[in-house]
Design a binder for this molecule. Structure first.
Ligand SMILES: [Zn+2]
Length: 223
């Protein structure tokens, strides 16, 4: 049986959301033109459309374990993430690519703890071996705990790897495409944005500016 949680959610979508967006969906049926490619983690707690309150057609999203962009590589392998990047940049001509890391990332932890393979295929082990170059950088940084530093470093590494794609580099250098890094804190809904000059992650919104987090989340005591 199809999961009840999904049929129930779909009913809510039909009753509450779709009526207000009928025209939007009808227009989107003709084609999509999102301006942002978001590369995030599979983690169920870090849904980009929820965090950024986006509607259909706004974000082109690729999610994988630990929000990893592999370095450009030609060959006979099946490069799902690279295919999504290729389509977003070359066909959709997105103007921004956002790499979104997050707190308590299981993929990052799996690399750091050298977790045992979950199957004989060891797909996670092979995939998160791409965290290696980021780990070298996280080792030398000061700041928060090691796993958080590694999460930050992986965002930076993914941004660096994006530039190994010739078509990305070309558009960035032509000023047609911008790359961004961010990190979602989960417990308090805190979003940090990476300063491209310094590499430091800082709050996405000016706390004095008022446009901040919901009170219920701010009052949340877990961390
Ligand atoms: Zn994750």
């Amino acid at each position: 049986m199809f999961p009840e949680a999904l049929t129930s959610g779909y009913r809510t979508f039909l009753d509450e959301r779709l009526p207000g967006e009928v025209r939007r969906y009808a227009k989107l049926a003709e084609g999509q033109s999102p301006e942002i490619l978001l590369i995030g983690c599979c983690d169920s707690r870090v849904s980009p459309e929820v965090i950024f309150d986006t509607g259909p057609g706004e974000l082109f999203v690729v999610r994988n374990v630990a929000n990893i962009v592999p370095p450009y590589e030609e060959g006979g392998e099946y490069h799902g993430t690279s295919a999504a990047i290729e389509f977003a940049v070359q066909s959709l001509e997105v103007k921004h690519i956002v790499v979104l890391g997050h707190a308590t990332c299981g993929g990052i932890k799996a690399y750091a703890s050298q977790a045992k393979p979950l199957s004989s295929g060891n797909f996670i082990g092979k995939w998160v071996s791409l965290v290696g170059p980021a780990a070298e950088k996280a080792d030398t940084q000061s700041g928060p705990d090691y796993l958080t530093r590694l999460e930050y470093a992986m965002v930076a590494q993914s941004l660096e790897n994006l530039m190994t794609f010739g078509f990305v580099k070309e558009r960035v250098e032509a000023g047609k495409l911008k790359l961004h890094g961010a990190h979602f804190g989960i417990a308090r809904g805190e979003l940090l944005i990476r300063d491209p000059q310094t590499g430091v992650f800082g709050p996405a919104v000016d706390q004095q500016g008022g446009a901040v987090r919901p009170t219920s989340l701010i009052n949340c005591t877990d961390s």
